[in-house]
Design a protein around this ligand. Structure first.
Ligand SMILES: Cc1cc2nc3c(=O)[nH]c(=O)nc-3n(C[C@H](O)[C@H](O)[C@H](O)COP(=O)(O)OP(=O)(O)OC[C@H]3O[C@@H](n4cnc5c(N)ncnc54)[C@H](O)[C@@H]3O)c2cc1C
Length: 385
């Protein structure tokens, strides 16, 4: 084990891995292909304390850090069960509410988020704004102690499984008329809220939706934390999202590499197993190295985040997401190549993960936007847009 992890973290990984293997890719892909949900796995993970492992113990959590939740997400993916909702519900919504929610909001939402009985989606992306979050137009206006929310979101994962959506928008100050960034909890059964399925070629139980908020009325306490909190709550969620996206990708990569190695050891079409050919062995070794490097950066990003160093964690989380995406795409592609024609057979449970892992180059933040961030903030180059 290369990662410098505690005994406790290793034990957590081993236990989660065991749970993931109990379900495995047959279960996961079976649900994905039949339009089912991985509810049993989610609920069992919740009961065992894995979904809320990073949340405060006084609200039903395990008292660990985002590194622990990333380990949970990674080990489930390594067992062939990559749960996209881990990235949004406990990691973003749970973390934001734990760090910035008011006392009553923490009491109301955290126990359910920790046990997995409550699920949140997370809605940042808008059809017109895209990667340019400065152009968000979803707006909540104050009206007699309530909020009235109007706007649209797109590609929002898991809304059909969610009790509520944590929506990134702006609130209009009634006095000055100024708009301030804000996060609001919107129940999925709120009048005026509609979700339309977007068909994608992602083979996963989690589906994507386009959302419309047509004057959705929300109580005053739907706004997470203080109205003056600014961008703090959003950034509190985005770094965990990147760390989790990295863990999600490296978990799938480890799953694919393990399958490829297994296959390369036994498949023989000349006098030796195909794994003896360096054209098969070397790319697998190289992808393994790159995945381990990405895991190290993910570990470091989580460590920085858990110690409260948000700025440095931001750099590391972006780099980890980038490195994990690139390494994992190459790893799954090489695993498919190692399997020859069998790489495409549904029974081998491999090609179905190509799109899942490819997603990590685009979401939750695209490769190009990470490179923009690193060029500007880490290298001091001029902003290009
Ligand atoms: C399966 C799936 C699940 C998703 N789940 C969620 C979710 O749960 N919640 C959520 O909020 N969002 C979600 N998203 C949205 C995702 O985060 C966005 O698709 C992603 O951030 C890219 O934004 P965009 O699609 O608007 O692309 P655009 O912003 O239109 O960008 C298109 C291309 O141009 C590039 N580009 C844009 N601006 C620049 C620039 N300044 N410099 C260089 N290149 C640039 C981008 O990198 C990209 O390659 C999901 C997307 C998918 C596909």
């Amino acid at each position: 084990m290369i990662l410098p992890e505690t005994e406790e973290r290793r034990a957590l990984r081993a236990a989660v891995r065991k749970l993931g293997e109990k379900y495995g890719p047959d279960y996961y892909l079976g649900k994905a292909r039949s339009g089912g949900k991985t509810t049993e796995l989610w609920q069992e993970a919740g009961r065992l304390g894995y979904v809320g492992v990073h949340l405060p113990p006084e609200h039903g959590g395990g008292g660990g850090g985002i590194g622990d939740l990333a380990a949970v997400c990674e080990e489930l993916a390594t067992a062939g069960c990559p749960l996209l909702l881990m990235v949004v519900s406990p990691a973003i919504a749970g973390t934001v509410i734990a760090r910035f929610g008011t006392g009553p909001q923490r009491v109301r939402w955290l126990p359910g988020l920790a046990s997995g009985e409550l699920t949140f989606a997370f809605a940042l992306t808008e059809p017109e704004a895209g990667s340019n979050t400065h152009r968000l137009t979803t707006t909540a206006t104050s009206d007699r102690g309530q909020w009235v929310l109007t706007g649209q979101k797109t590609y929002i994962s898991g809304v059909d499984e969610a009790d509520a959506v944590l929506v990134v928008g702006r609130v209009r100050d009634t006095g000055s008329g100024r708009l301030r960034p804000a996060l609001l909890v919107v129940p999925t059964d709120a009048p005026g809220f509609t979700a339309r399925l977007i068909e994608t070629d992602l083979v996963a139980p989690a589906k994507q939706f386009a959302l419309t908020f047509d004057e959705v009325r929300l109580p005053g306490d739907a706004l997470v934390g203080s109205p003056d909190a600014g961008l703090g709550p959003l950034f509190a969620g985005l770094n965990p999202e990147r760390i989790m996206a990295a863990a999600f990708a490296t978990g799938i990569a480890r799953y694919a590499i393990a399958k490829a190695v297994d296959y390369a050891r036994t498949r023989q079409v000349w006098d030796v197993p195909i794994g003896a050919h360096q054209a098969i062995a070397h790319p697998l070794a190289a992808t393994h190295i790159n995945v381990e490097l990405a895991r190290l950066m993910t570990h470091r990003a989580a460590e920085l985040y858990d110690t409260g160093d948000d700025a440095t964690a931001g750099e590391a989380a972006n780099m980890a997401k980038y490195a994990a995406a690139e390494a994992s795409i190459a790893a799954v592609d090489q695993a498919v190549q190692t399997h020859g024609g069998n790489g495409f057979a549904s029974a081998y449970h491999l090609a179905a993960f190509l799109v899942s892992v490819r997603l990590s180059r685009t979401a939750p933040v695209s490769r190009e936007m990470v490179l923009n961030f690193v060029a500007q903030h880490c290298l001091g180059l001029p902003r290009s847009y």
